[in-house]
Design a protein around this ligand. Structure first.
Ligand SMILES: Cc1ncc(COP(=O)(O)O)c(C=O)c1O
Length: 397
C-alpha cells in the first residue's frame, strides 16, 4: 500500500462520508502549489473554495499569525483584547459600514444575519411578532445549519433534515418580477449571493443586483449580500456587488477573511441594523478571538491596496479569454468573473477533475457537469497558463 492509500483508507473507515474528495493526500503547500504525501506537486485551482485567495501560507499572513501566537490567542468575548477594536474598525472601514460582528464559519455569519434581520424587522420596521419573512433564491448555498438547509433547493443539502424553519420564501435567481411578487409588508430581508458559487458560478443577469437593491429600498427590507465566496477580491473587486455599483445593507464575509489559516467570518452593517443586538442576545466563544482578529487585520490591510483585486481582474480576463476558446463540443458555457469560473461541460465533470489531478492540477466539480476554477489570486500567469494547458489536455482525453 502506498502512503496515499494508507491515509485514504483511514479517512474512508473513520470519517463520515459527507464529502467526495479527490484521492490526493496533501502534506505541504506554498503559494499556489501543494505537495502530496508521495512528494508529487499540484497547482491548486480551487483555493479551498476561495478561502485561500492570498495563496497557501502567505508570508504576510503567517507572520501576523505567528506574532499573535506569541502573545495571546483566546480570551472569549468576556474580555476585550487589543486586536478586537482595530479589527472591527478596519473591516468596517473597508466595507464602508459602521459595525462588524465577528463569527467563525460562513454558516454562522449567515445565521447571525438572519437573526439580525428578524430582530431589525420587529424592533425597527415594526413587523408583527413572528411574521418576519426573508426571501432567498433557487440554487442558493449559504451553509449547512438546520435553518439554512431548509431554504436550500438542492435535495442533497436539504432532504431528511426537516422539520424546516418557517419564514423563508424562495424565488428563481435573476427573476426580478418573482422577487417583486414575493415581497410583502412583512419582508425583512433578501438574502442573495451576488454570484452563486456552489450552484456553478452563476452570474445573475445584468442589472439584477441593482433591482434587488431598489426593491429592498422600496419595500423597507434589508439587502443581505452573502459575499462569503464571492467577496474579498475573488471577482476583481473587494465585493462582487461593486460590479453593479450596489451597496447592500449587510455584507456577509468568511472564507478568505481567515487568510487560509483559520475560520473567520463576519457580518458587516450599519449601526441601525447591527445595533439591534444588545449584551446577551447573540454570541460565540471563538468569534473575534485574538488570533482571528490579527489574521483578519492583515487580510484587510492586503485588500486595502487593491493589488489582489487588480490581479484578479487582469488575470481573470486572461482566464476567461482562454476558457472562451475551448472547443464548443465539450464546453457548453463558461460563467464567472475575475479569477473565478464555472466551466459547464457537455459531459460529467468528475472524470475531468480526476484527469486534471493526474496531470498535476487540483480543481473540483460542482454538481454533475460543472468544473469550478478558482486559483489563488497571487497565481503567476505562467502557472495559470500551464493549468489551462492541462485542462485542454484533460478535455481532449
Ligand atoms: C456563499 C456561501 N455562503 C456560506 C457558505 C458557508 O460557509 P462555511 O462552510 O464556512 O460555513 C459558503 C460555503 O461554501 C458559501 O459559498
Amino acid at each position: 500500500m502506498t502512503r496515499t492509500q494508507q491515509l485514504r483508507a483511514l479517512s474512508e473507515e473513520h470519517s463520515a462520508h459527507n464529502y467526495h474528495p479527490l484521492p490526493v493526500v496533501i502534506a505541504e503547500a506554498e503559494g499556489a502549489w501543494v505537495t502530496d504525501v508521495e512528494g508529487r506537486r499540484y497547482l491548486d485551482m480551487l483555493s479551498a473554495y476561495s478561502a485561500v485567495n492570498f495563496g497557501h501560507r502567505n508570508p504576510r499572513l503567517i507572520a501576523a499569525a505567528q506574532r499573535q501566537l506569541e502573545r495571546v490567542t483566546l480570551v472569549s468575548r468576556a474580555f476585550d483584547h487589543d486586536q478586537f477594536g482595530p479589527f472591527v474598525a478596519e473591516l468596517a472601514e473597508l466595507a464602508g459600514k459602521d459595525m462588524v460582528l465577528p463569527m467563525n464559519s460562513g454558516a454562522e455569519a449567515v445565521e447571525t444575519a438572519l437573526k439580525a434581520a428578524r430582530k431589525w424587522g420587529y424592533e425597527v420596521k415594526g413587523v408583527p411578532a413572528d411574521q418576519a419573512g426573508i426571501i432567498t433564491f433557487e440554487g442558493n448555498f449559504h451553509g449547512r445549519t438546520t435553518t439554512i438547509v431548509g431554504f436550500s433547493t438542492d435535495p442533497d443539502a436539504r432532504n431528511s433534515y426537516g422539520p424546516y424553519t418557517p419564514g423563508f420564501r424562495t424565488v428563481p435567481y435573476g427573476d426580478a418580477e418573482a422577487l417583486r411578487a414575493a415581497m410583502d409588508e412583512n419582508t425583512v430581508g433578501v438574502l442573495i449571493e451576488p454570484i452563486q458559487g456552489e450552484a456553478g458560478v452563476n452570474v445573475p443577469p445584468s442589472g439584477f443586483l441593482k433591482t434587488v437593491r431598489e426593491l429592498c429600498t422600496a419595500g423597507n427590507a434589508l439587502m443581505i449580500a452573502d459575499e462569503i465566496q464571492s467577496g474579498l477580491g475573488r471577482t476583481g473587486a473587494t465585493f462582487a456587488v461593486e460590479h453593479e455599483g450596489v451597496v447592500p445593507d449587510m455584507y456577509l464575509l468568511g472564507k478568505a477573511l481567515g487568510g487560509g489559516i483559520l475560520p473567520v467570518s463576519a457580518v458587516v452593517a450599519d449601526a441601525d441594523v447591527l445595533g439591534v443586538f444588545r449584551p446577551g442576545q447573540h454570541g460565540s466563544t471563538f468569534g473575534g478571538n485574538p488570533l482571528a482578529c490579527a489574521v483578519g487585520r492583515e487580510v484587510v490591510a492586503m485588500l486595502r491596496t487593491g493589488e489582489f483585486q487588480e490581479r484578479s481582474r487582469t488575470l481573470g480576463a486572461h482566464l476567461h479569454r482562454r476558457l472562451g476558446a475551448l472547443p464548443g463540443d465539450v464546453v457548453r458555457e463558461v460563467r464567472g468573473r475575475g479569477l473565478w469560473a464555472g466551466v459547464e461541460l457537455n459531459g460529467k465533470a468528475r472524470p475531468v477533475s480526476e484527469r486534471l489531478m493526474e496531470l498535476g492540477v487540483l480543481a473540483k466539480e460542482t454538481h454533475e457537469t460543472t468544473l469550478r476554477l478558482a486559483p489563488p489570486l497571487m497565481i503567476d500567469q505562467e502557472d495559470l497558463d500551464w493549468a489551462l494547458d492541462q485542462l485542454e489536455i484533460a478535455l481532449r482525453d
